[in-house]
Design a protein around this ligand. Structure first.
Ligand SMILES: *Cc1c(COP(=O)(O)O)cnc(C)c1O
Length: 383
Protein backbone atom coordinates (compact mmCIF):
# COMPACT_ATOMS: atom_id res chain seq x y z
CA UNK A 1 0.00 0.00 0.00
CA UNK A 2 1.45 3.39 -0.96
CA UNK A 3 1.06 6.09 1.72
CA UNK A 4 -1.97 8.44 1.53
CA UNK A 5 0.18 11.22 2.99
CA UNK A 6 3.92 10.46 3.07
CA UNK A 7 5.22 12.13 6.23
CA UNK A 8 8.34 9.96 6.15
CA UNK A 9 9.54 11.45 2.85
CA UNK A 10 9.41 14.98 4.28
CA UNK A 11 11.09 13.79 7.47
CA UNK A 12 13.93 12.21 5.52
CA UNK A 13 14.53 15.56 3.83
CA UNK A 14 14.46 17.66 7.03
CA UNK A 15 15.82 15.12 9.52
CA UNK A 16 19.17 16.71 10.47
CA UNK A 17 17.58 20.15 10.86
CA UNK A 18 14.67 18.88 12.93
CA UNK A 19 16.93 16.80 15.15
CA UNK A 20 19.14 19.84 15.77
CA UNK A 21 16.07 21.99 16.53
CA UNK A 22 14.78 19.45 19.07
CA UNK A 23 18.25 19.14 20.62
CA UNK A 24 18.34 22.93 21.15
CA UNK A 25 15.06 22.76 23.10
CA UNK A 26 16.35 19.87 25.22
CA UNK A 27 19.45 21.94 25.94
CA UNK A 28 17.67 25.12 27.05
CA UNK A 29 14.82 23.24 28.77
CA UNK A 30 12.03 25.82 28.30
CA UNK A 31 9.51 23.18 27.23
CA UNK A 32 6.46 25.43 27.63
CA UNK A 33 6.39 28.93 26.05
CA UNK A 34 10.10 28.73 25.25
CA UNK A 35 11.79 31.14 22.83
CA UNK A 36 10.89 29.07 19.72
CA UNK A 37 7.17 29.69 20.37
CA UNK A 38 7.38 33.48 20.00
CA UNK A 39 9.81 33.12 17.09
CA UNK A 40 7.43 30.75 15.29
CA UNK A 41 4.43 33.04 15.92
CA UNK A 42 6.36 35.92 14.37
CA UNK A 43 7.39 33.92 11.31
CA UNK A 44 3.94 32.41 10.83
CA UNK A 45 2.35 35.87 10.88
CA UNK A 46 4.93 37.16 8.40
CA UNK A 47 4.27 34.19 6.10
CA UNK A 48 0.59 35.07 5.71
CA UNK A 49 0.77 38.86 6.01
CA UNK A 50 -0.91 39.08 9.42
CA UNK A 51 0.23 41.54 12.08
CA UNK A 52 0.20 38.97 14.87
CA UNK A 53 0.22 35.21 15.38
CA UNK A 54 -0.84 33.34 18.51
CA UNK A 55 -0.10 29.65 18.86
CA UNK A 56 -2.24 27.23 20.88
CA UNK A 57 -2.74 23.54 21.55
CA UNK A 58 -4.73 22.56 18.43
CA UNK A 59 -6.85 23.88 15.58
CA UNK A 60 -10.08 23.46 17.52
CA UNK A 61 -8.90 25.70 20.37
CA UNK A 62 -7.76 28.16 17.69
CA UNK A 63 -11.44 28.49 16.72
CA UNK A 64 -12.59 28.76 20.34
CA UNK A 65 -10.12 31.47 21.37
CA UNK A 66 -11.55 34.33 19.23
CA UNK A 67 -15.11 33.27 20.17
CA UNK A 68 -14.16 33.50 23.86
CA UNK A 69 -12.38 36.81 23.32
CA UNK A 70 -15.52 38.25 21.67
CA UNK A 71 -17.67 36.82 24.51
CA UNK A 72 -19.83 34.76 22.15
CA UNK A 73 -22.28 32.67 24.17
CA UNK A 74 -25.90 31.78 24.90
CA UNK A 75 -28.37 33.24 22.42
CA UNK A 76 -25.72 33.81 19.73
CA UNK A 77 -25.74 32.25 16.25
CA UNK A 78 -22.53 31.10 14.53
CA UNK A 79 -22.97 30.44 10.80
CA UNK A 80 -20.78 27.69 9.35
CA UNK A 81 -20.80 25.03 6.65
CA UNK A 82 -21.89 21.46 7.44
CA UNK A 83 -19.57 19.96 4.81
CA UNK A 84 -16.48 20.23 7.02
CA UNK A 85 -14.61 18.53 9.85
CA UNK A 86 -16.46 18.33 13.20
CA UNK A 87 -14.24 20.97 14.85
CA UNK A 88 -15.82 23.79 12.82
CA UNK A 89 -19.38 23.54 14.22
CA UNK A 90 -18.26 21.99 17.51
CA UNK A 91 -16.90 25.24 18.93
CA UNK A 92 -20.38 26.83 18.72
CA UNK A 93 -22.13 24.70 21.40
CA UNK A 94 -18.83 24.59 23.34
CA UNK A 95 -19.04 28.38 23.66
CA UNK A 96 -22.72 28.24 24.65
CA UNK A 97 -23.84 29.52 21.24
CA UNK A 98 -25.58 27.59 18.43
CA UNK A 99 -24.32 26.67 14.96
CA UNK A 100 -26.51 27.58 11.99
CA UNK A 101 -25.65 25.39 9.01
CA UNK A 102 -25.07 26.95 5.59
CA UNK A 103 -24.72 25.09 2.28
CA UNK A 104 -21.67 25.06 0.01
CA UNK A 105 -21.10 26.00 -3.62
CA UNK A 106 -21.24 22.90 -5.86
CA UNK A 107 -18.06 23.90 -7.75
CA UNK A 108 -15.64 24.90 -4.95
CA UNK A 109 -17.15 23.16 -1.87
CA UNK A 110 -16.78 26.39 0.15
CA UNK A 111 -19.54 28.37 1.86
CA UNK A 112 -22.26 29.69 -0.48
CA UNK A 113 -22.48 33.47 0.16
CA UNK A 114 -26.09 33.66 -1.12
CA UNK A 115 -27.20 30.90 1.22
CA UNK A 116 -25.32 32.58 4.08
CA UNK A 117 -27.20 35.81 3.52
CA UNK A 118 -30.54 33.95 3.38
CA UNK A 119 -29.66 32.07 6.59
CA UNK A 120 -28.80 35.29 8.45
CA UNK A 121 -32.09 36.86 7.33
CA UNK A 122 -34.08 33.81 8.44
CA UNK A 123 -32.42 33.80 11.88
CA UNK A 124 -33.05 37.53 12.26
CA UNK A 125 -36.71 37.12 11.24
CA UNK A 126 -37.18 34.29 13.72
CA UNK A 127 -35.69 36.44 16.49
CA UNK A 128 -34.56 33.65 18.81
CA UNK A 129 -30.80 33.97 18.16
CA UNK A 130 -28.51 36.95 17.53
CA UNK A 131 -26.33 36.55 14.41
CA UNK A 132 -22.75 37.16 15.66
CA UNK A 133 -20.09 35.17 13.80
CA UNK A 134 -19.45 33.47 10.45
CA UNK A 135 -16.87 30.67 10.26
CA UNK A 136 -15.86 30.05 6.65
CA UNK A 137 -13.76 26.97 5.85
CA UNK A 138 -10.91 26.78 3.32
CA UNK A 139 -12.00 23.27 2.45
CA UNK A 140 -9.45 20.92 0.89
CA UNK A 141 -7.03 23.87 0.83
CA UNK A 142 -8.74 26.53 -1.26
CA UNK A 143 -9.85 29.97 -0.07
CA UNK A 144 -13.54 30.59 0.50
CA UNK A 145 -15.14 33.52 -1.33
CA UNK A 146 -13.77 36.10 1.14
CA UNK A 147 -14.59 39.25 -0.83
CA UNK A 148 -18.29 38.36 -0.73
CA UNK A 149 -18.36 36.78 2.73
CA UNK A 150 -16.56 39.72 4.34
CA UNK A 151 -18.85 42.21 2.60
CA UNK A 152 -21.89 40.40 4.05
CA UNK A 153 -20.32 40.28 7.52
CA UNK A 154 -19.35 43.95 7.47
CA UNK A 155 -22.76 45.10 6.27
CA UNK A 156 -24.56 43.02 8.91
CA UNK A 157 -22.15 43.53 11.81
CA UNK A 158 -20.88 39.94 12.11
CA UNK A 159 -17.33 38.77 12.86
CA UNK A 160 -15.64 36.58 10.25
CA UNK A 161 -13.33 33.67 11.10
CA UNK A 162 -11.42 31.84 8.37
CA UNK A 163 -11.01 28.19 9.43
CA UNK A 164 -7.86 27.62 7.42
CA UNK A 165 -6.84 24.33 9.07
CA UNK A 166 -6.68 22.78 5.60
CA UNK A 167 -5.89 25.93 3.66
CA UNK A 168 -3.24 27.79 5.62
CA UNK A 169 -1.04 29.34 2.93
CA UNK A 170 -3.87 29.67 0.40
CA UNK A 171 -4.41 33.01 -1.33
CA UNK A 172 -7.05 34.83 -3.35
CA UNK A 173 -5.79 37.38 -5.86
CA UNK A 174 -2.43 37.12 -4.11
CA UNK A 175 -3.78 37.92 -0.66
CA UNK A 176 -4.11 35.59 2.32
CA UNK A 177 -7.51 35.23 4.08
CA UNK A 178 -6.39 37.62 6.86
CA UNK A 179 -6.90 40.42 4.30
CA UNK A 180 -10.66 39.85 4.81
CA UNK A 181 -11.20 37.87 8.04
CA UNK A 182 -11.09 39.16 11.63
CA UNK A 183 -9.23 36.00 12.60
CA UNK A 184 -7.65 33.16 10.62
CA UNK A 185 -7.18 29.83 12.38
CA UNK A 186 -5.10 26.82 11.51
CA UNK A 187 -4.14 23.37 12.78
CA UNK A 188 -0.75 21.69 12.94
CA UNK A 189 -2.20 18.17 13.16
CA UNK A 190 0.50 16.06 11.44
CA UNK A 191 -1.52 15.36 8.26
CA UNK A 192 -2.34 19.02 7.55
CA UNK A 193 -0.26 20.76 4.87
CA UNK A 194 1.79 22.49 7.62
CA UNK A 195 1.83 19.77 10.27
CA UNK A 196 3.81 19.26 13.49
CA UNK A 197 4.80 15.98 15.17
CA UNK A 198 1.81 16.18 17.48
CA UNK A 199 -1.10 18.55 18.05
CA UNK A 200 -0.88 22.30 17.63
CA UNK A 201 -2.79 25.28 16.29
CA UNK A 202 -2.64 29.01 15.73
CA UNK A 203 -4.75 32.12 15.31
CA UNK A 204 -3.63 34.98 13.03
CA UNK A 205 -5.03 38.46 13.66
CA UNK A 206 -4.37 42.11 12.88
CA UNK A 207 -5.93 43.52 16.08
CA UNK A 208 -3.44 43.78 19.02
CA UNK A 209 -6.25 43.97 21.62
CA UNK A 210 -7.77 40.74 20.31
CA UNK A 211 -4.31 39.12 20.41
CA UNK A 212 -3.82 40.19 24.01
CA UNK A 213 -7.20 38.83 25.16
CA UNK A 214 -6.51 35.50 23.44
CA UNK A 215 -3.02 35.40 24.99
CA UNK A 216 -4.73 35.75 28.36
CA UNK A 217 -7.37 33.12 27.53
CA UNK A 218 -4.83 30.48 26.45
CA UNK A 219 -3.14 30.76 29.86
CA UNK A 220 -6.08 30.49 32.28
CA UNK A 221 -7.20 34.09 31.85
CA UNK A 222 -3.94 35.56 33.19
CA UNK A 223 -4.06 39.32 33.68
CA UNK A 224 -2.87 41.51 30.81
CA UNK A 225 -1.43 45.03 31.14
CA UNK A 226 -4.92 46.33 30.25
CA UNK A 227 -6.35 44.43 33.23
CA UNK A 228 -4.01 46.26 35.64
CA UNK A 229 -2.68 44.88 38.97
CA UNK A 230 0.50 43.61 37.34
CA UNK A 231 2.79 45.57 39.63
CA UNK A 232 3.40 43.20 42.51
CA UNK A 233 2.62 39.68 41.30
CA UNK A 234 3.22 37.17 38.51
CA UNK A 235 0.32 37.79 36.06
CA UNK A 236 -0.22 34.02 35.88
CA UNK A 237 -1.62 34.17 39.40
CA UNK A 238 -3.79 37.23 38.80
CA UNK A 239 -6.73 35.91 36.76
CA UNK A 240 -8.85 38.43 34.90
CA UNK A 241 -11.20 36.02 33.06
CA UNK A 242 -12.09 32.35 32.80
CA UNK A 243 -9.64 30.92 30.28
CA UNK A 244 -8.12 27.57 29.44
CA UNK A 245 -4.79 25.83 29.05
CA UNK A 246 -3.99 25.87 25.35
CA UNK A 247 -0.33 26.28 24.46
CA UNK A 248 1.88 25.01 21.64
CA UNK A 249 4.77 22.92 23.00
CA UNK A 250 8.18 24.49 22.46
CA UNK A 251 9.40 21.30 20.76
CA UNK A 252 6.53 21.50 18.26
CA UNK A 253 7.31 25.19 17.58
CA UNK A 254 10.96 24.26 16.95
CA UNK A 255 9.88 21.53 14.50
CA UNK A 256 7.39 23.84 12.80
CA UNK A 257 10.06 26.54 12.28
CA UNK A 258 12.00 24.04 10.15
CA UNK A 259 8.89 22.88 8.29
CA UNK A 260 7.75 26.46 7.63
CA UNK A 261 11.06 27.17 5.87
CA UNK A 262 10.17 24.66 3.10
CA UNK A 263 6.40 25.21 3.14
CA UNK A 264 6.22 27.63 0.19
CA UNK A 265 8.16 25.17 -1.94
CA UNK A 266 5.89 22.31 -0.83
CA UNK A 267 2.77 24.27 -1.80
CA UNK A 268 4.24 24.78 -5.28
CA UNK A 269 4.99 21.07 -5.52
CA UNK A 270 1.42 20.17 -4.48
CA UNK A 271 0.15 22.49 -7.22
CA UNK A 272 2.16 20.59 -9.85
CA UNK A 273 0.76 17.28 -8.60
CA UNK A 274 -2.82 18.63 -8.54
CA UNK A 275 -2.47 19.99 -12.09
CA UNK A 276 -1.22 16.63 -13.27
CA UNK A 277 -4.12 14.76 -11.62
CA UNK A 278 -6.58 17.19 -13.22
CA UNK A 279 -5.05 16.80 -16.69
CA UNK A 280 -5.21 13.02 -16.47
CA UNK A 281 -8.57 12.59 -14.75
CA UNK A 282 -10.81 15.23 -16.31
CA UNK A 283 -13.51 13.30 -18.15
CA UNK A 284 -12.64 10.10 -16.29
CA UNK A 285 -14.30 11.22 -13.05
CA UNK A 286 -17.61 13.06 -12.77
CA UNK A 287 -15.73 16.08 -11.56
CA UNK A 288 -12.16 17.17 -10.86
CA UNK A 289 -11.49 20.11 -8.49
CA UNK A 290 -12.31 23.70 -9.40
CA UNK A 291 -10.54 26.46 -7.51
CA UNK A 292 -12.20 29.87 -7.14
CA UNK A 293 -11.01 32.35 -9.79
CA UNK A 294 -7.80 34.04 -8.62
CA UNK A 295 -7.38 31.43 -5.88
CA UNK A 296 -4.34 29.38 -4.90
CA UNK A 297 -5.05 26.16 -3.02
CA UNK A 298 -2.61 24.40 -0.69
CA UNK A 299 -4.18 21.11 -1.82
CA UNK A 300 -4.64 19.60 1.62
CA UNK A 301 -6.73 17.06 -0.31
CA UNK A 302 -7.18 16.27 -3.98
CA UNK A 303 -10.87 15.34 -4.15
CA UNK A 304 -12.73 14.06 -7.20
CA UNK A 305 -16.35 13.04 -7.58
CA UNK A 306 -17.28 9.63 -8.91
CA UNK A 307 -20.69 8.12 -9.60
CA UNK A 308 -19.59 4.88 -7.90
CA UNK A 309 -17.34 6.32 -5.23
CA UNK A 310 -17.43 3.27 -2.94
CA UNK A 311 -16.72 0.87 -5.82
CA UNK A 312 -13.76 3.00 -6.88
CA UNK A 313 -12.39 2.96 -3.31
CA UNK A 314 -12.51 -0.87 -3.23
CA UNK A 315 -10.93 -1.11 -6.68
CA UNK A 316 -8.08 1.22 -5.70
CA UNK A 317 -7.51 -0.50 -2.38
CA UNK A 318 -7.04 -3.80 -4.23
CA UNK A 319 -4.37 -2.04 -6.32
CA UNK A 320 -2.58 -0.88 -3.14
CA UNK A 321 -3.87 2.69 -3.36
CA UNK A 322 -5.48 4.20 -0.26
CA UNK A 323 -8.29 6.76 -0.55
CA UNK A 324 -10.38 8.69 1.98
CA UNK A 325 -13.88 10.12 2.06
CA UNK A 326 -14.13 13.72 3.30
CA UNK A 327 -16.88 13.86 4.41
CA UNK A 328 -19.30 10.89 4.36
CA UNK A 329 -21.99 12.55 6.53
CA UNK A 330 -22.36 16.35 6.64
CA UNK A 331 -22.45 17.78 10.14
CA UNK A 332 -26.12 18.84 10.13
CA UNK A 333 -27.06 15.13 9.78
CA UNK A 334 -24.78 13.93 12.61
CA UNK A 335 -26.45 13.02 15.90
CA UNK A 336 -25.17 15.84 18.14
CA UNK A 337 -26.05 18.49 15.53
CA UNK A 338 -29.40 17.44 14.03
CA UNK A 339 -31.31 19.80 16.32
CA UNK A 340 -29.56 22.99 15.21
CA UNK A 341 -30.86 25.45 12.61
CA UNK A 342 -30.17 25.23 8.87
CA UNK A 343 -30.39 27.92 6.23
CA UNK A 344 -33.62 28.13 4.19
CA UNK A 345 -34.21 25.11 1.94
CA UNK A 346 -31.73 22.96 3.85
CA UNK A 347 -28.35 21.83 2.52
CA UNK A 348 -28.98 19.79 -0.67
CA UNK A 349 -25.50 20.41 -2.14
CA UNK A 350 -23.69 19.23 1.01
CA UNK A 351 -25.84 16.09 1.09
CA UNK A 352 -25.27 15.26 -2.59
CA UNK A 353 -21.51 15.80 -2.39
CA UNK A 354 -21.17 13.53 0.62
CA UNK A 355 -22.19 10.56 -1.60
CA UNK A 356 -19.74 11.26 -4.43
CA UNK A 357 -16.48 12.70 -3.12
CA UNK A 358 -13.29 10.67 -2.81
CA UNK A 359 -9.78 11.92 -1.98
CA UNK A 360 -6.71 10.51 -3.75
CA UNK A 361 -3.20 10.33 -2.27
CA UNK A 362 -1.76 13.87 -2.14
CA UNK A 363 1.43 15.22 -0.61
CA UNK A 364 4.40 17.27 -1.73
CA UNK A 365 6.66 14.23 -2.14
CA UNK A 366 4.39 12.12 -4.37
CA UNK A 367 6.61 10.62 -7.08
CA UNK A 368 5.60 10.99 -10.72
CA UNK A 369 5.72 7.22 -11.27
CA UNK A 370 3.50 6.63 -8.24
CA UNK A 371 1.06 9.23 -9.50
CA UNK A 372 1.05 7.48 -12.89
CA UNK A 373 0.06 4.22 -11.16
CA UNK A 374 -2.77 5.99 -9.29
CA UNK A 375 -4.08 7.63 -12.46
CA UNK A 376 -3.96 4.36 -14.35
CA UNK A 377 -5.83 2.53 -11.59
CA UNK A 378 -8.56 5.20 -11.52
CA UNK A 379 -8.84 5.07 -15.32
CA UNK A 380 -9.06 1.28 -15.16
CA UNK A 381 -12.20 1.27 -13.03
CA UNK A 382 -15.37 0.75 -15.01
CA UNK A 383 -17.87 0.55 -12.15
C1 LIG B 1 -8.24 19.62 11.22
C2 LIG B 1 -9.32 20.64 11.22
C3 LIG B 1 -9.65 21.38 12.38
C4 LIG B 1 -9.16 21.09 13.76
O1 LIG B 1 -7.88 20.89 14.00
P1 LIG B 1 -7.32 20.08 15.26
O2 LIG B 1 -5.92 20.56 15.34
O3 LIG B 1 -7.44 18.62 14.95
O4 LIG B 1 -8.12 20.46 16.47
C5 LIG B 1 -10.58 22.39 12.25
N1 LIG B 1 -11.19 22.64 11.09
C6 LIG B 1 -10.93 21.95 9.98
C7 LIG B 1 -11.65 22.30 8.70
C8 LIG B 1 -10.00 20.91 10.00
O5 LIG B 1 -9.75 20.20 8.88
Amino acid sequence: MIPFIDLAAQQARLKPRIEAAIARVLAHGAYVMGPEVAEFEKRLAAFCGARLGLSCANGTDALSLPLMAWEIGAGDAIFCPAFTFAATPEVAPLSGAEPVFVDIRPDTYTMDPDHLEAAIEAIEAEGRLRPRVVIAVDLFGQPANYPRLSEICRRRGLKLIADSAQGFGCTLNGRHPIAWADAVTTSFFPAKPLGAYGDGGAVLVNDPDLWERMDSLRIHGKATPADGRLDAHDPKYINARVGMNSRLDTIQAAILLEKLSVFEEEIARRQVIADRYSEELTGVCLRTPRVIEGGRSTWAQYVVEHRDRDGLAIHLRAAGIPTAVYYPVPMHLQKPYVGFARGPGGLPVSEAKADQVIALPMHAYLQTSTQDDIVEAVRGYNG
